[in-house]
Design a protein around this ligand. Structure first.
Ligand SMILES: *[C@@H]1O[C@H](CO)[C@@H](O)[C@H](O)[C@H]1NC(C)=O
Ligand SMILES: *[C@@H]1O[C@H](CO)[C@@H](O)[C@H](O)[C@H]1NC(C)=O
Length: 311
């Protein structure tokens, strides 16, 4: 009896246990599903957060100030508050920035003039060229990128120089820089005769070849007044078209809340006060060749340089 009872008990016990196991299995299954859904939701949620963080941290708020297709016959001016950079330098009335900002105009230099200047740059740069993607030619000092260094084009190619450049080239260059100077003066309300050309003023040729020395690293954000000291107004004359002759290579003003781009266009002049209010960089060129001329001005006659002349 005792055995039987025990057997019965055992029987009913094992049935209960079986039921429990089944229930537990079923529960485990629903738990697995629930867990799976929770994990999925967590993953989706966290990846959304990661994407959002990535977008808000790395993907810029980019605004196009002037696109390549637009043609500005009058300067388009964007005023910004002047930085304190100028206070550390001697003040020159009629020139030291009181009004700061950036402007773009397409009617100072014609397409034909831009083409002529581009050919001048091509001829000069064909004598040298950086191993990396960024080469310069400075008609004032004669500096020309060559390999990982620079040579003086006037000394290095003294015999051939008149086969490369003509008097007309230099006349055009001087004429264009004079017009740029006047439009900067008019736009910022300055006395053009109180502004002086300063160095470096140079042609640049940028393609997608990777940098070989720091001279090739044109894309770092910088402030011209901090980098060069003498600069008060920086201007850029573009000689090729963004999206047509090259990709990437847009000019970017890095403002606290937005990156504002200027798309190069042959004959386009972009100019700005050189202080921290105009922190900027150039986007990496990804294909083709970008040609431009940097023309810099100072208010300090001690930093003035003369127009280049053909030796
Ligand atoms: C501007 O671009 C830089 C570099 O690409 C980036 O680090 C910065 O967050 C951008 N600024 C804004 C406001 O989007
Ligand atoms: C970029 O320019 C350099 C210097 O002129 C040249 O040696 C190189 O072949 C060019 N790279 C491309 C991709 O065109």
């Amino acid at each position: 009896m005792a055995v039987q009872r025990r057997g019965n008990v055992k029987n009913s016990d094992s049935k209960a246990i079986e039921k429990k196991i089944k229930r537990a299995n079923a529960q485990r299954q629903t738990f697995t599903w629930r867990g799976f859904i929770i994990v999925l939701l967590l993953l989706t949620g966290s990846s959304a957060v990661v994407i959002w963080l990535y977008m808000s941290l790395s993907d810029d708020v980019t605004e196009t100030l002037v696109s390549r297709r637009e043609v500005l016959t009058e300067p388009r001016l964007f005023l910004v508050q002047c930085s304190e950079d100028y206070e550390n330098y001697k003040q020159f009335p009629g020139c030291t920035p009181k009004k700061c900002g950036r402007a773009v105009i397409d009617s100072v230099v014609t397409k034909e003039e831009a083409q002529a200047l581009r050919r001048l740059a091509e001829r000069g740069l064909s004598l040298g060229g950086s191993d990396g993607g960024a080469s310069i030619l400075d008609l004032h000092s004669g500096a020309l990128s060559m390999g990982k260094k620079f040579v003086n084009i006037y000394r290095y190619f003294s015999d051939q120089i008149r086969e490369v450049f003509t008097e007309e080239d230099f006349t055009l260059y001087r004429d264009v820089r004079g017009r740029i100077q006047r439009v900067i003066a008019e736009t910022f309300g300055l006395d053009s005769s109180q502004m002086y050309l300063t160095k470096p003023t140079f042609f640049s040729h940028i393609n997608s070849t990777s940098a070989k020395t720091t001279h090739d690293e044109y894309w770092h954000p910088h402030i011209d007044k901090v980098t060069y000291g003498s600069f008060d107004y920086t201007s850029l004359l573009y000689l090729t078209d963004y999206g047509v002759d090259f990709g990437g290579g847009r000019f970017i003003f890095m403002d606290p809340n937005s990156n504002r781009t200027v798309e190069p266009r042959a004959g386009r002049v972009s100019f700005f006060s050189s202080g921290s209010e105009n922190l900027h960089r150039v986007e990496k060129v990804v294909w083709g060749t970008r040609y431009a001329i940097t023309v810099s001005f100072t208010c300090d006659p001690d930093h003035a340089i003369a127009d280049p002349t053909l030796p």
